[in-house]
Design a protein around this ligand. Structure first.
Ligand code: DC
Length: 226
């Protein structure tokens, strides 16, 4: 039996990881898993149930009550938390404010990694996040590490939020990104680091089509080996 192909995409916040991962999954007919959305769903559950993050037993008990699934259709991927579609709510401010803290908790990471590895056995997948090529799938067939100039990332994020009608200012966005980069790269549990065998994709000056072509160039040889 041939082995599933796993493509791991890691990198900084607002680097376009999910844009690339979704485009790749669509083109190759792979399953797309947004691991950041899983940490967001856990955060939402903890907020709704007022879980004391410093109380390990409460955290472990809450984790045992969480079932996260993805439902992919032609047009979108939905994430469900105990069968409820929470795709929109996990992108809102209360979750965004707390997710860095929740994703730094060791027991949370242990449970999510377990679930992510299980998902990886269900077919060919593209998974994006911070520790996919280092912790979740250290033997991934292809590891991409995405990066881009912080100023360009902030501008992209700014334009995206403005186009959604949100009132934001550039300075706040730049600071928020810098803070998230710092938290992601310096935390004790599974910090964001480039896997030694990862291919770096700096998309500061290339567009979505070009980054897709870049990734496909590395994936094609894997497909022909199957
Ligand atoms: O990719 P994102 O912004 O939706 O991720 C939300 C948070 O989850 C962010 O604080 C980083 C964290 N995260 C993580 O620690 N490990 C992952 N594999 C994916 C995301």
């Amino acid at each position: 039996m041939s082995k599933n192909i796993v493509v791991a995409i890691d990198g900084y916040s607002s680097c376009g990881k999910s844009t690339l991962a979704k485009a790749l999954a669509k083109k190759l007919n792979f399953i797309y898993i947004d691991s950041g959305a899983m940490y967001r769903a856990v955060t939402l559950f903890f907020l709704r149930h007022n879980i004391d993050l410093k109380h390990q037993e409460s955290v472990i008990d809450a984790l045992s009550k969480i079932q996260i699934d993805f439902q992919t259709s032609e047009t979108q991927t939905l994430i469900t938390l105990n069968s409820e579609d929470v795709s929109k709510e996990i992108r809102q401010m209360p979750v965004a404010d707390k997710v860095s803290t929740v994703s730094a908790i060791k027991d949370v990471r242990i449970e999510m990694v377990k679930q992510q590895q299980r998902m990886g056995r269900s077919g060919n997948i593209v998974m994006d996040g911070r520790d996919i090529g280092t912790v979740v799938f250290p033997n991934a067939d292809l590891k991409l590490f995405m990066t881009a100039d912080p100023q360009i990332r902030a501008e992209r994020r700014y334009n995206e939020l403005i186009s959604k009608g949100e009132k934001v200012n550039m300075e706040d966005i730049f600071e928020n990104l810098a803070k998230r980069d710092y938290q992601d790269t310096t935390r004790e549990e599974s910090p964001l680091i480039q896997a030694v065998d990862a291919v770096v994709l700096d998309n500061s000056h290339i567009d979505e089509t070009q980054q897709l072509e870049f990734a496909i160039r590395y994936i094609k040889p894997l497909l022909s080996k199957k």
